[in-house]
Design a protein around this ligand. Structure first.
Ligand SMILES: Cc1cc2nc3c(=O)[nH]c(=O)nc-3n(C[C@H](O)[C@H](O)[C@H](O)COP(=O)(O)OP(=O)(O)OC[C@H]3O[C@@H](n4cnc5c(N)ncnc54)[C@H](O)[C@@H]3O)c2cc1C
Length: 403
Protein backbone atom coordinates (compact mmCIF):
# COMPACT_ATOMS: atom_id res chain seq x y z
CA UNK A 1 0.00 0.00 0.00
CA UNK A 2 1.26 3.50 -0.87
CA UNK A 3 1.18 5.58 2.35
CA UNK A 4 3.86 8.14 1.68
CA UNK A 5 1.87 11.35 1.12
CA UNK A 6 -0.10 14.06 2.91
CA UNK A 7 -2.64 14.62 0.16
CA UNK A 8 -4.03 12.51 -2.67
CA UNK A 9 -5.68 14.43 -5.49
CA UNK A 10 -8.03 12.36 -7.68
CA UNK A 11 -8.13 13.84 -11.18
CA UNK A 12 -5.28 15.60 -12.99
CA UNK A 13 -7.46 18.08 -14.87
CA UNK A 14 -6.96 21.83 -14.44
CA UNK A 15 -8.50 21.82 -10.92
CA UNK A 16 -6.44 18.87 -9.64
CA UNK A 17 -3.19 20.13 -11.19
CA UNK A 18 -3.61 23.66 -9.78
CA UNK A 19 -4.48 22.24 -6.34
CA UNK A 20 -1.49 19.88 -6.37
CA UNK A 21 0.79 22.79 -7.27
CA UNK A 22 -0.38 25.13 -4.50
CA UNK A 23 -0.47 22.37 -1.83
CA UNK A 24 3.01 21.14 -2.79
CA UNK A 25 4.36 24.72 -2.82
CA UNK A 26 3.05 25.05 0.74
CA UNK A 27 5.13 22.02 1.72
CA UNK A 28 2.71 19.05 1.48
CA UNK A 29 3.71 15.73 -0.11
CA UNK A 30 1.16 15.47 -2.91
CA UNK A 31 0.24 12.48 -5.08
CA UNK A 32 -1.98 13.13 -8.08
CA UNK A 33 -3.84 10.15 -9.59
CA UNK A 34 -5.60 10.09 -12.96
CA UNK A 35 -7.15 7.24 -14.88
CA UNK A 36 -6.30 8.69 -18.30
CA UNK A 37 -2.90 8.03 -19.87
CA UNK A 38 -1.96 11.73 -19.80
CA UNK A 39 -2.55 14.48 -17.24
CA UNK A 40 -4.59 17.53 -18.31
CA UNK A 41 -8.21 16.33 -18.11
CA UNK A 42 -10.63 18.04 -20.48
CA UNK A 43 -8.14 20.80 -21.12
CA UNK A 44 -6.45 18.48 -23.63
CA UNK A 45 -9.38 18.90 -26.05
CA UNK A 46 -9.84 22.67 -25.77
CA UNK A 47 -8.93 25.12 -28.51
CA UNK A 48 -10.69 28.43 -28.96
CA UNK A 49 -10.10 32.10 -29.59
CA UNK A 50 -10.67 34.55 -26.75
CA UNK A 51 -12.55 37.84 -27.42
CA UNK A 52 -9.20 39.73 -27.41
CA UNK A 53 -7.96 37.48 -30.25
CA UNK A 54 -5.54 35.29 -28.24
CA UNK A 55 -5.89 31.51 -28.62
CA UNK A 56 -6.69 29.27 -25.64
CA UNK A 57 -4.70 26.15 -26.45
CA UNK A 58 -5.65 23.56 -23.82
CA UNK A 59 -2.71 21.27 -24.57
CA UNK A 60 -0.27 24.09 -23.88
CA UNK A 61 -2.15 25.17 -20.74
CA UNK A 62 -2.10 21.56 -19.48
CA UNK A 63 1.66 21.33 -20.08
CA UNK A 64 2.23 24.50 -18.04
CA UNK A 65 0.08 23.21 -15.16
CA UNK A 66 1.83 19.80 -15.17
CA UNK A 67 5.22 21.51 -15.12
CA UNK A 68 4.13 23.79 -12.27
CA UNK A 69 2.85 20.87 -10.16
CA UNK A 70 5.97 18.77 -10.81
CA UNK A 71 8.35 21.64 -10.10
CA UNK A 72 6.55 22.19 -6.78
CA UNK A 73 7.25 18.52 -5.96
CA UNK A 74 3.90 16.82 -6.67
CA UNK A 75 4.06 13.30 -8.10
CA UNK A 76 1.66 12.43 -10.94
CA UNK A 77 0.58 8.84 -11.63
CA UNK A 78 -1.57 8.21 -14.71
CA UNK A 79 -3.53 5.08 -15.64
CA UNK A 80 -4.78 4.84 -12.03
CA UNK A 81 -8.54 4.62 -11.71
CA UNK A 82 -9.93 5.30 -8.23
CA UNK A 83 -12.91 3.03 -7.60
CA UNK A 84 -13.64 3.67 -3.92
CA UNK A 85 -12.51 5.42 -0.76
CA UNK A 86 -13.14 4.96 2.92
CA UNK A 87 -12.25 6.76 6.12
CA UNK A 88 -9.69 5.00 8.31
CA UNK A 89 -9.75 4.81 12.13
CA UNK A 90 -6.93 7.33 12.39
CA UNK A 91 -9.01 9.94 10.49
CA UNK A 92 -7.29 9.45 7.15
CA UNK A 93 -8.43 7.84 3.92
CA UNK A 94 -7.87 4.56 2.08
CA UNK A 95 -8.37 4.72 -1.68
CA UNK A 96 -9.01 1.63 -3.80
CA UNK A 97 -7.71 1.74 -7.35
CA UNK A 98 -6.96 -0.58 -10.27
CA UNK A 99 -3.30 -0.33 -9.14
CA UNK A 100 -3.82 -1.26 -5.49
CA UNK A 101 -4.55 0.71 -2.32
CA UNK A 102 -3.31 4.15 -1.32
CA UNK A 103 -3.52 5.98 2.01
CA UNK A 104 -3.47 9.64 2.87
CA UNK A 105 -4.74 11.99 5.61
CA UNK A 106 -6.35 14.35 3.04
CA UNK A 107 -8.17 13.67 -0.24
CA UNK A 108 -9.21 16.15 -2.90
CA UNK A 109 -11.72 14.96 -5.50
CA UNK A 110 -11.30 16.81 -8.81
CA UNK A 111 -12.97 14.30 -11.14
CA UNK A 112 -14.62 16.84 -13.46
CA UNK A 113 -17.88 16.47 -15.37
CA UNK A 114 -19.56 13.91 -17.61
CA UNK A 115 -21.91 14.24 -20.56
CA UNK A 116 -25.64 13.61 -20.28
CA UNK A 117 -27.20 11.28 -22.80
CA UNK A 118 -30.13 12.43 -24.91
CA UNK A 119 -31.53 9.24 -26.43
CA UNK A 120 -33.45 9.02 -29.70
CA UNK A 121 -34.22 6.16 -32.11
CA UNK A 122 -31.05 4.97 -33.86
CA UNK A 123 -28.62 6.35 -31.28
CA UNK A 124 -26.84 3.01 -30.80
CA UNK A 125 -25.70 2.85 -34.45
CA UNK A 126 -21.93 2.92 -35.09
CA UNK A 127 -21.02 6.52 -35.95
CA UNK A 128 -23.14 8.08 -33.18
CA UNK A 129 -21.08 9.70 -30.42
CA UNK A 130 -21.33 12.36 -27.76
CA UNK A 131 -20.06 15.79 -28.79
CA UNK A 132 -17.29 15.45 -26.16
CA UNK A 133 -16.13 12.21 -27.76
CA UNK A 134 -15.84 14.05 -31.09
CA UNK A 135 -13.70 16.68 -29.33
CA UNK A 136 -11.40 14.05 -27.80
CA UNK A 137 -11.04 12.13 -31.08
CA UNK A 138 -10.32 15.31 -33.04
CA UNK A 139 -8.07 17.28 -30.67
CA UNK A 140 -6.55 14.59 -28.44
CA UNK A 141 -6.39 11.40 -30.57
CA UNK A 142 -6.19 13.30 -33.92
CA UNK A 143 -8.69 10.91 -35.51
CA UNK A 144 -11.12 12.16 -38.15
CA UNK A 145 -14.61 11.39 -36.81
CA UNK A 146 -16.23 11.19 -40.24
CA UNK A 147 -16.79 13.02 -43.52
CA UNK A 148 -20.08 14.82 -42.82
CA UNK A 149 -21.89 15.02 -39.53
CA UNK A 150 -25.05 16.28 -37.87
CA UNK A 151 -24.98 17.74 -34.35
CA UNK A 152 -28.11 17.13 -32.26
CA UNK A 153 -28.41 19.65 -29.44
CA UNK A 154 -27.52 23.34 -29.11
CA UNK A 155 -25.69 24.32 -25.96
CA UNK A 156 -22.47 26.07 -24.94
CA UNK A 157 -20.36 22.95 -25.20
CA UNK A 158 -21.77 22.04 -28.63
CA UNK A 159 -20.96 25.51 -29.97
CA UNK A 160 -17.40 25.41 -28.64
CA UNK A 161 -16.78 21.95 -30.13
CA UNK A 162 -18.48 22.73 -33.48
CA UNK A 163 -15.95 25.52 -33.88
CA UNK A 164 -13.11 23.07 -33.10
CA UNK A 165 -14.43 20.49 -35.60
CA UNK A 166 -14.62 23.20 -38.27
CA UNK A 167 -11.03 24.28 -37.50
CA UNK A 168 -10.04 20.65 -38.10
CA UNK A 169 -11.72 20.82 -41.52
CA UNK A 170 -14.65 18.53 -40.66
CA UNK A 171 -17.88 19.11 -42.58
CA UNK A 172 -21.13 19.46 -40.63
CA UNK A 173 -24.52 19.36 -42.39
CA UNK A 174 -26.45 21.10 -39.60
CA UNK A 175 -26.96 21.63 -35.89
CA UNK A 176 -30.55 20.67 -35.01
CA UNK A 177 -32.62 20.40 -31.83
CA UNK A 178 -33.13 17.06 -30.07
CA UNK A 179 -36.64 15.55 -30.22
CA UNK A 180 -38.91 16.50 -27.31
CA UNK A 181 -39.04 13.62 -24.80
CA UNK A 182 -38.94 12.98 -21.06
CA UNK A 183 -35.16 13.56 -20.95
CA UNK A 184 -34.66 16.45 -23.37
CA UNK A 185 -36.40 19.08 -21.17
CA UNK A 186 -35.87 22.67 -22.36
CA UNK A 187 -33.12 21.62 -24.80
CA UNK A 188 -35.86 20.84 -27.37
CA UNK A 189 -37.70 24.14 -26.78
CA UNK A 190 -36.67 26.70 -29.46
CA UNK A 191 -37.40 29.69 -27.23
CA UNK A 192 -35.33 28.39 -24.30
CA UNK A 193 -32.48 27.55 -26.69
CA UNK A 194 -32.67 30.98 -28.33
CA UNK A 195 -32.50 32.60 -24.89
CA UNK A 196 -29.32 30.64 -24.15
CA UNK A 197 -27.79 31.83 -27.46
CA UNK A 198 -26.73 35.00 -25.74
CA UNK A 199 -24.29 32.98 -23.61
CA UNK A 200 -22.42 31.57 -26.57
CA UNK A 201 -22.78 34.61 -28.80
CA UNK A 202 -19.14 35.55 -28.16
CA UNK A 203 -18.07 32.20 -29.60
CA UNK A 204 -19.92 32.89 -32.85
CA UNK A 205 -17.98 34.48 -35.66
CA UNK A 206 -21.32 35.22 -37.36
CA UNK A 207 -22.12 38.89 -36.71
CA UNK A 208 -25.86 38.30 -36.90
CA UNK A 209 -25.67 35.75 -34.10
CA UNK A 210 -23.11 37.69 -32.08
CA UNK A 211 -24.89 41.00 -32.00
CA UNK A 212 -28.41 39.77 -32.80
CA UNK A 213 -28.36 37.51 -29.75
CA UNK A 214 -27.84 40.52 -27.48
CA UNK A 215 -31.12 41.97 -28.78
CA UNK A 216 -33.03 38.85 -27.84
CA UNK A 217 -33.19 39.49 -24.12
CA UNK A 218 -36.96 40.04 -24.01
CA UNK A 219 -39.55 37.32 -24.55
CA UNK A 220 -41.35 39.50 -27.13
CA UNK A 221 -38.32 39.96 -29.40
CA UNK A 222 -37.49 36.25 -29.01
CA UNK A 223 -40.99 35.34 -30.15
CA UNK A 224 -40.76 37.55 -33.22
CA UNK A 225 -37.30 36.16 -34.01
CA UNK A 226 -38.54 32.58 -33.68
CA UNK A 227 -41.43 33.17 -36.06
CA UNK A 228 -39.11 34.77 -38.60
CA UNK A 229 -36.24 32.29 -38.09
CA UNK A 230 -35.44 30.65 -41.47
CA UNK A 231 -36.14 26.88 -41.52
CA UNK A 232 -32.84 26.20 -43.27
CA UNK A 233 -31.12 27.96 -40.35
CA UNK A 234 -28.54 30.71 -39.93
CA UNK A 235 -24.97 29.77 -40.79
CA UNK A 236 -22.43 29.72 -37.99
CA UNK A 237 -18.88 28.87 -39.10
CA UNK A 238 -20.46 27.60 -42.29
CA UNK A 239 -22.83 25.26 -40.42
CA UNK A 240 -26.60 25.94 -40.46
CA UNK A 241 -27.89 26.45 -36.92
CA UNK A 242 -31.44 25.11 -37.39
CA UNK A 243 -33.43 26.32 -34.43
CA UNK A 244 -36.74 25.42 -36.10
CA UNK A 245 -35.79 21.82 -36.91
CA UNK A 246 -35.42 18.74 -34.70
CA UNK A 247 -34.00 15.25 -35.16
CA UNK A 248 -36.61 12.47 -35.20
CA UNK A 249 -34.43 9.43 -35.84
CA UNK A 250 -30.84 8.51 -36.70
CA UNK A 251 -31.04 6.30 -39.77
CA UNK A 252 -28.73 3.56 -41.05
CA UNK A 253 -28.43 -0.21 -41.56
CA UNK A 254 -24.99 -1.11 -40.14
CA UNK A 255 -23.80 2.44 -39.41
CA UNK A 256 -25.06 6.03 -39.60
CA UNK A 257 -26.36 6.96 -43.06
CA UNK A 258 -28.22 10.10 -42.06
CA UNK A 259 -30.77 11.76 -39.81
CA UNK A 260 -34.50 12.12 -40.27
CA UNK A 261 -35.39 15.69 -39.25
CA UNK A 262 -38.67 17.60 -39.05
CA UNK A 263 -39.58 21.29 -38.87
CA UNK A 264 -40.94 22.38 -35.52
CA UNK A 265 -43.37 25.07 -34.36
CA UNK A 266 -41.96 27.93 -32.24
CA UNK A 267 -42.95 25.74 -29.24
CA UNK A 268 -40.87 22.83 -30.50
CA UNK A 269 -43.68 20.52 -31.71
CA UNK A 270 -42.76 18.61 -34.92
CA UNK A 271 -44.89 19.64 -37.93
CA UNK A 272 -46.47 16.59 -39.58
CA UNK A 273 -45.43 16.13 -43.23
CA UNK A 274 -42.27 18.28 -42.90
CA UNK A 275 -39.91 15.30 -42.37
CA UNK A 276 -36.83 15.14 -44.57
CA UNK A 277 -33.63 13.06 -44.73
CA UNK A 278 -30.25 14.67 -44.05
CA UNK A 279 -27.27 12.65 -45.27
CA UNK A 280 -24.41 12.12 -42.79
CA UNK A 281 -21.89 9.45 -41.78
CA UNK A 282 -21.59 10.53 -38.14
CA UNK A 283 -23.79 12.13 -35.52
CA UNK A 284 -22.79 14.02 -32.36
CA UNK A 285 -25.29 14.16 -29.51
CA UNK A 286 -24.85 17.23 -27.30
CA UNK A 287 -26.85 16.51 -24.13
CA UNK A 288 -25.02 18.85 -21.74
CA UNK A 289 -22.76 18.20 -18.74
CA UNK A 290 -23.23 17.14 -15.13
CA UNK A 291 -20.73 16.95 -12.23
CA UNK A 292 -18.97 13.57 -11.99
CA UNK A 293 -19.39 13.14 -8.24
CA UNK A 294 -19.90 9.44 -7.49
CA UNK A 295 -16.71 9.21 -5.40
CA UNK A 296 -17.99 11.98 -3.11
CA UNK A 297 -21.17 9.95 -2.57
CA UNK A 298 -19.12 6.82 -1.83
CA UNK A 299 -17.14 8.88 0.73
CA UNK A 300 -20.40 9.76 2.50
CA UNK A 301 -20.57 13.41 1.46
CA UNK A 302 -24.06 14.97 1.45
CA UNK A 303 -25.36 16.41 -1.84
CA UNK A 304 -27.55 19.32 -2.99
CA UNK A 305 -29.47 19.52 -6.26
CA UNK A 306 -28.48 22.78 -7.98
CA UNK A 307 -29.65 22.82 -11.64
CA UNK A 308 -27.57 25.95 -12.40
CA UNK A 309 -24.42 23.98 -11.50
CA UNK A 310 -25.39 21.00 -13.66
CA UNK A 311 -27.27 18.80 -11.14
CA UNK A 312 -26.32 17.09 -7.88
CA UNK A 313 -23.21 18.60 -6.29
CA UNK A 314 -21.34 17.55 -3.15
CA UNK A 315 -21.97 19.99 -0.30
CA UNK A 316 -18.91 22.21 0.14
CA UNK A 317 -17.94 25.66 1.31
CA UNK A 318 -16.26 28.43 -0.65
CA UNK A 319 -12.92 27.08 0.64
CA UNK A 320 -13.72 23.77 -1.17
CA UNK A 321 -13.98 21.78 2.06
CA UNK A 322 -16.83 19.28 2.43
CA UNK A 323 -18.54 18.44 5.74
CA UNK A 324 -16.66 15.10 5.71
CA UNK A 325 -13.36 15.53 7.61
CA UNK A 326 -10.31 15.53 5.35
CA UNK A 327 -12.38 15.53 2.12
CA UNK A 328 -12.20 18.44 -0.34
CA UNK A 329 -13.62 19.01 -3.85
CA UNK A 330 -12.66 21.38 -6.70
CA UNK A 331 -13.44 22.02 -10.35
CA UNK A 332 -16.42 20.68 -12.29
CA UNK A 333 -17.33 18.14 -9.58
CA UNK A 334 -18.65 21.20 -7.70
CA UNK A 335 -20.55 22.58 -10.74
CA UNK A 336 -19.96 22.84 -14.47
CA UNK A 337 -17.81 25.86 -15.37
CA UNK A 338 -14.89 26.69 -17.64
CA UNK A 339 -11.31 25.50 -17.18
CA UNK A 340 -10.07 28.88 -15.90
CA UNK A 341 -12.56 28.72 -13.02
CA UNK A 342 -11.49 25.12 -12.31
CA UNK A 343 -7.85 26.26 -12.05
CA UNK A 344 -8.77 29.04 -9.63
CA UNK A 345 -10.88 26.67 -7.51
CA UNK A 346 -8.05 24.14 -7.46
CA UNK A 347 -5.73 26.79 -6.08
CA UNK A 348 -8.23 27.58 -3.30
CA UNK A 349 -8.53 23.87 -2.44
CA UNK A 350 -4.74 23.37 -2.34
CA UNK A 351 -4.27 26.38 -0.06
CA UNK A 352 -7.19 25.36 2.23
CA UNK A 353 -5.79 21.86 2.64
CA UNK A 354 -2.29 23.20 3.36
CA UNK A 355 -3.84 25.51 5.97
CA UNK A 356 -5.80 22.66 7.67
CA UNK A 357 -2.76 20.40 7.58
CA UNK A 358 -0.60 23.18 9.08
CA UNK A 359 1.92 22.65 6.27
CA UNK A 360 5.41 24.08 6.60
CA UNK A 361 4.67 27.07 4.34
CA UNK A 362 0.92 27.11 4.94
CA UNK A 363 -0.89 30.21 3.71
CA UNK A 364 -2.65 32.51 6.14
CA UNK A 365 -6.40 33.06 6.00
CA UNK A 366 -5.96 36.30 4.05
CA UNK A 367 -4.22 34.41 1.23
CA UNK A 368 -7.05 31.88 1.03
CA UNK A 369 -9.64 34.66 0.99
CA UNK A 370 -7.73 36.38 -1.77
CA UNK A 371 -7.72 33.13 -3.81
CA UNK A 372 -11.48 32.84 -3.26
CA UNK A 373 -11.93 36.39 -4.59
CA UNK A 374 -9.94 35.40 -7.69
CA UNK A 375 -12.43 32.58 -8.37
CA UNK A 376 -15.29 35.08 -8.41
CA UNK A 377 -13.42 37.49 -10.67
CA UNK A 378 -12.45 34.76 -13.15
CA UNK A 379 -16.02 33.43 -13.13
CA UNK A 380 -17.34 36.88 -14.02
CA UNK A 381 -14.90 37.23 -16.93
CA UNK A 382 -15.22 33.65 -18.26
CA UNK A 383 -15.83 33.43 -22.01
CA UNK A 384 -17.81 30.19 -21.66
CA UNK A 385 -20.72 30.54 -19.24
CA UNK A 386 -22.47 27.20 -18.87
CA UNK A 387 -25.41 28.80 -17.02
CA UNK A 388 -26.37 32.46 -16.45
CA UNK A 389 -27.06 31.99 -12.71
CA UNK A 390 -23.88 30.23 -11.60
CA UNK A 391 -22.59 33.05 -9.38
CA UNK A 392 -25.94 33.52 -7.62
CA UNK A 393 -26.52 29.81 -7.03
CA UNK A 394 -22.98 29.38 -5.70
CA UNK A 395 -23.45 32.31 -3.31
CA UNK A 396 -26.68 30.68 -2.07
CA UNK A 397 -24.98 27.30 -1.63
CA UNK A 398 -22.09 28.81 0.31
CA UNK A 399 -24.45 30.84 2.49
CA UNK A 400 -26.52 27.83 3.52
CA UNK A 401 -23.60 25.42 3.76
CA UNK A 402 -21.03 26.87 6.12
CA UNK A 403 -18.53 24.03 6.32
C1 LIG B 1 -16.57 16.27 -22.82
C2 LIG B 1 -16.25 17.61 -22.21
C3 LIG B 1 -15.79 18.63 -23.00
C4 LIG B 1 -15.53 19.88 -22.45
N1 LIG B 1 -15.09 20.89 -23.26
C5 LIG B 1 -14.90 22.11 -22.74
C6 LIG B 1 -14.48 23.19 -23.57
O1 LIG B 1 -14.29 23.03 -24.77
N2 LIG B 1 -14.28 24.41 -22.99
C7 LIG B 1 -14.48 24.61 -21.63
O2 LIG B 1 -14.28 25.73 -21.13
N3 LIG B 1 -14.90 23.61 -20.85
C8 LIG B 1 -15.11 22.38 -21.35
N4 LIG B 1 -15.53 21.37 -20.55
C9 LIG B 1 -15.74 21.66 -19.16
C10 LIG B 1 -14.46 21.19 -18.50
O3 LIG B 1 -14.81 20.10 -17.74
C11 LIG B 1 -13.72 22.29 -17.75
O4 LIG B 1 -13.32 23.27 -18.64
C12 LIG B 1 -12.47 21.79 -17.01
O5 LIG B 1 -11.71 20.89 -17.78
C13 LIG B 1 -12.87 21.18 -15.71
O6 LIG B 1 -11.71 20.86 -14.99
P1 LIG B 1 -11.68 19.75 -13.89
O7 LIG B 1 -10.27 19.70 -13.43
O8 LIG B 1 -12.74 20.00 -12.91
O9 LIG B 1 -12.08 18.39 -14.62
P2 LIG B 1 -11.48 17.63 -15.91
O10 LIG B 1 -10.73 18.53 -16.79
O11 LIG B 1 -12.64 16.90 -16.48
O12 LIG B 1 -10.49 16.59 -15.24
C14 LIG B 1 -10.93 15.54 -14.45
C15 LIG B 1 -9.90 14.44 -14.46
O13 LIG B 1 -10.29 13.45 -13.51
C16 LIG B 1 -9.98 12.18 -14.02
N5 LIG B 1 -10.85 11.22 -13.32
C17 LIG B 1 -12.21 11.21 -13.25
N6 LIG B 1 -12.63 10.19 -12.49
C18 LIG B 1 -11.52 9.54 -12.06
C19 LIG B 1 -11.33 8.40 -11.23
N7 LIG B 1 -12.35 7.74 -10.67
N8 LIG B 1 -10.06 7.99 -11.01
C20 LIG B 1 -9.00 8.65 -11.55
N9 LIG B 1 -9.14 9.74 -12.33
C21 LIG B 1 -10.39 10.19 -12.58
C22 LIG B 1 -10.26 12.31 -15.50
O14 LIG B 1 -9.53 11.33 -16.23
C23 LIG B 1 -9.80 13.72 -15.79
O15 LIG B 1 -8.47 13.77 -16.24
C24 LIG B 1 -15.75 20.10 -21.07
C25 LIG B 1 -16.20 19.05 -20.27
C26 LIG B 1 -16.45 17.81 -20.82
C27 LIG B 1 -16.94 16.67 -19.92
Amino acid sequence: MNTNCDLIVVGAGPAGLAAACSAAQAGLKVLLLDEFMKPGGRLLGQLHQEPGGAWWNGIREAQLLVLGAQEAGAVIETGVSVTGLERTRDNGWTLWTNQGRYRSPYVLLATGAAESANPLPGWTLPGVMSIGAAQVMTNVQRVRVGKRGVVIGMNVLAMAIVSELRLAGIDLAAIVLPPGNALSGSSSDPEAVLESLVRFADLAPNAMLKYGAKLLQSSMTRNIALNLYPKQGIRMMGVPLQLRRCAIEIVGRDAVEGVLVADVTPRGEPIAGSERFMEADFVCIAGGLYPLAELAAVAGCPFRYVPELGGHVPVHGENMQTPVPGLYVAGNITGVESAKVAIAQGRVAGLSIAFSAAAENAPDEAEIKDAMKQVKRIRQEALIQFHPDIARSRAKLYQTETV
